[in-house]
Design a protein around this ligand. Structure first.
Ligand code: HEC
Ligand code: HEC
Ligand code: HEC
Ligand code: HEC
Ligand code: HEC
Length: 242
């Protein structure tokens, strides 16, 4: 994806610092408007080297996102799992036999996608997953901050647990970031149980989050969360461009 963004665009923070005249930014913004792919990136769904289904793993099997995306709560970056993670269940011989059923076990031995996974593992060559979501290098985004604040994967990636193939649901444009930063109460859930200690919301339970965010008392609950947790999503340029 990085080739979509010419090197010179990385100089943006400098450009903002030097010439923050409204006219300058207007011109820069105007030019960039046509060059940024934010608009056509919605729906971006590249073909992956192995047909991995979130609908099966996160949906049907109910695996928590953090089983595979292990760093997402602790780090700015959400990692994609290495092949060893898949081999936990897809090693081949005694694969899944104990946990699931015998027909599935047989089917998995010959499944061509799983043959690819085992070959990659045996040859110690990582599977070259194609990256889907990306903000340009001149803008900074941190996963951990958002999850700890109580913003679910759901709000930014949609119902991944229903996707056979992952696609980009939201534009990830600056306007999109700011839309939430101005009204975060619409998107917050009680992840650490500050409002209801008995019932903290599991941030990766996308079905429950979807239901909560669409319920009539979301705004009230959201405002309480903003106040109690003293959340302050920034709108000044230097917060995201530095
Ligand atoms: C916790 C166990 C577990 C882990 C970890 C796991 N899988 Fe699976 N996977 C399953 C089970 C169970 C199925 C069978 C579900 C079904 O077909 O109904 C499956 C099915 C599949 C299939 C076959 C889908 C089909 O029916 O054609 C592929 C391909 C696959 N997994 C790839 C992966 C990859 C790649 C990883 C690592 C990123 C991975 N799996 C990690 C348990 C796991
Ligand atoms: C069994 C492991 C596994 C589980 C569980 C899992 N993922 Fe993934 N995820 C992957 C793999 C492998 C990829 C890369 C291939 C792809 O895009 O499908 C990926 C890709 C993604 C991407 C796109 C990354 C990019 O390139 O932009 C997002 C977003 C994502 N996962 C979110 C989630 C969410 C949200 C959940 C929980 C509802 C979840 N994942 C559960 C293995 C997993
Ligand atoms: C506030 C919005 C937001 C939330 C919440 C969020 N993401 Fe993301 N995600 C993004 C953005 C923006 C990117 C692109 C980041 C970049 O380019 O540095 C991204 C990228 C990713 C990637 C691709 C990373 C890579 O290097 O290939 C994965 C995987 C991912 N997110 C998984 C998750 C999971 C899992 C959750 C929930 C546990 C989650 N995200 C929650 C906005 C979000
Ligand atoms: C759905 C809501 C939502 C979306 C979308 C969102 N944010 Fe945020 N963001 C928040 C909230 C809530 C906070 C406040 C966290 C706090 O105060 O602890 C925050 C805080 C931040 C911060 C300050 C903390 C830090 O990391 O230094 C930055 C920077 C930031 N967001 C960047 C972004 C960018 C860039 C995007 C778009 C790619 C984005 N956000 C999209 C809700 C969102
Ligand atoms: C909450 C995070 C955030 C804040 C605050 C923010 N930006 Fe951005 N900005 C982004 C992201 C993410 C992109 C890249 C997304 C895209 O291509 O639209 C971006 C892109 C841009 C661009 C490229 C043009 C475009 O629209 O794609 C310019 C110019 C820019 N920002 C200037 C500013 C200025 C000036 C401010 C302060 C008034 C500011 N930004 C505040 C996140 C932010």
């Amino acid at each position: 994806m990085s080739t979509l963004f010419p090197q010179w665009m990385n100089a943006l923070p400098g450009a903002v610092a030097v010439g923050l005249g409204a006219a300058g930014v207007g011109v820069i913004g105007g030019v960039w408007y046509y060059f940024t792919p934010s608009y056509w990136e919605v729906g971006y769904m590249p073909e992956q080297p192995v047909a991995f289904s979130h609908q099966i793993h996160a949906g049907q099997l109910g695996m928590d996102c953090r089983y595979c995306h292990t760093n997402v709560e602790d780090s700015s970056h959400a990692n994609v799992p290495d092949t060893a993670t898949c081999i936990n269940c897809h090693a081949g011989d005694d694969e899944l036999g104990g946990y699931f059923n015998i027909d599935l076990w047989e089917a998995h031995k010959v499944n061509q996608n799983l043959v690819k996974v085992r070959t990659a593992y045996a040859e110690e060559k990582p599977i070259q997953w194609r990256r889907i979501h990306k903000v340009p290098d001149y803008a900074h985004f941190n996963h951990a901050v958002h999850l700890n604040a109580g913003v679910s994967c759901y709000s930014c990636h949609g119902r991944i647990d229903q996707m056979e193939v992952v696609y980009q649901k939201e534009s990830l444009s600056m306007g999109w970031c700011l839309e939430c930063h101005r009204e975060p109460e619409k998107y917050l859930v009680d992840v650490d149980g500050v409002l209801d200690p008995e019932n903290p919301v599991r941030i990766t339970d996308l079905a429950t989050v979807e239901k909560l965010l669409n319920s009539p008392d979301q705004r009230e609950r959201g405002l309480k969360l903003v106040e109690t947790k003293q959340l302050q999503p920034p709108e000044h340029c230097a917060a995201c461009h530095y």
